[in-house]
Design a protein around this ligand. Structure first.
Ligand code: ADP
Ligand code: FDM
Ligand code: MG
Length: 216
């Protein structure tokens, strides 16, 4: 069953390797849509580190806490699910939602650890609101490195990020999803213009189309 969506507004996900510019572009996109009078576009940051689950995730990422690999995977998924009622309500009201990372990061990071099959990784997120557009910000590891050193958080090593990228490529083979690759080596401004036009195109296309369920 698909959820009803009264007005035509889209769910747009930003994905990509570390430092590709997801957060920068997420902010810029929401600002631009707001300036053009799109009704209260909403930026959401899974992992939202402010909820109780988010705080657990945050302490894991900053290495204050160790969590078993399946456990942290399920917490990331739970952190998405706890936002679903709000997301459905907003989309129903005609509010466009931009998410900075989504279930695809969840699957890509956990499966990069090895000993995880893609299918197991996807299961907890099956049925989440399906993005109408997934923007993959593509950037070579060399170009990403020029944007600064890795911080001290978990996962911030080039060998792990390379595995994450391979997992993303597997996920992008799923043609039931609207993946659009964009060249993240462009200037912030040029990339913003491209992303904004893809977002607006999607917002037009989803007019009166029901919101789907991810991987279902
Ligand atoms: P992400 O959220 O994907 O990790 P950020 O948006 O936080 O990436 O950007 C990472 C760093 O790269 C920041 O210092 C940001 O200012 C810079 N940056 C973002 N986009 C670009 C770009 N198109 N060109 C050059 N530097 C960029
Ligand atoms: N991450 C993020 C995961 O491992 N699983 C997830 O489901 C999500 C949403 O958490 F290292 C990882 C990816 C990254 C960190 O930090 C989130 P930033 O600030 O979005 O890069
Ligand atoms: Mg970011």
């Amino acid at each position: 069953a698909a959820w009803e969506r009264r007005a035509a507004r889209a769910l747009i996900a930003l994905e990509g390797v570390d430092r590709a510019g997801k957060s920068t572009q997420g902010r810029r996109l929401v600002e631009a849509l707001r300036a053009e009078g799109t009704r209260r576009p909403h930026l959401l940051f899974p992992a939202d580190r402010t909820t109780e689950i988010g705080q657990l995730i945050s302490s894991y990422l900053v290495r204050e806490k160790n969590l078993e690999d399946h456990t942290i995977h399920l917490l990331f998924s739970a952190n998405r699910w706890e936002h679903v009622p709000m997301m459905k309500e907003k989309l129903h009201q005609g509010v466009t939602i931009v998410v900075d990372r989504y279930a695809f990061s969840g699957v890509a990071f956990t499966s990069a650890k090895g000993n995880f099959c893609l299918d197991w990784c996807k299961q907890p997120d099956v049925g989440l609101p399906k993005p109408d557009l997934i923007l993959f910000l593509q950037l070579s590891p060399e170009a990403a490195a020029e944007r600064g050193n890795f911080g001290r958080e978990r996962y911030e090593t080039s060998s792990f990020q390379e595995k994450v990228l391979q997992s993303f490529y597997c996920l992008m083979e799923d043609k039931t999803l609207n993946w659009k690759k964009v060249d993240a080596s462009k200037s912030i401004e040029d990339l913003h213009r491209e992303i904004k036009s893809l977002a607006e195109e999607t917002m037009q296309e989803v007019q009166n189309k029901p919101l789907g369920e991810l991987w279902k």
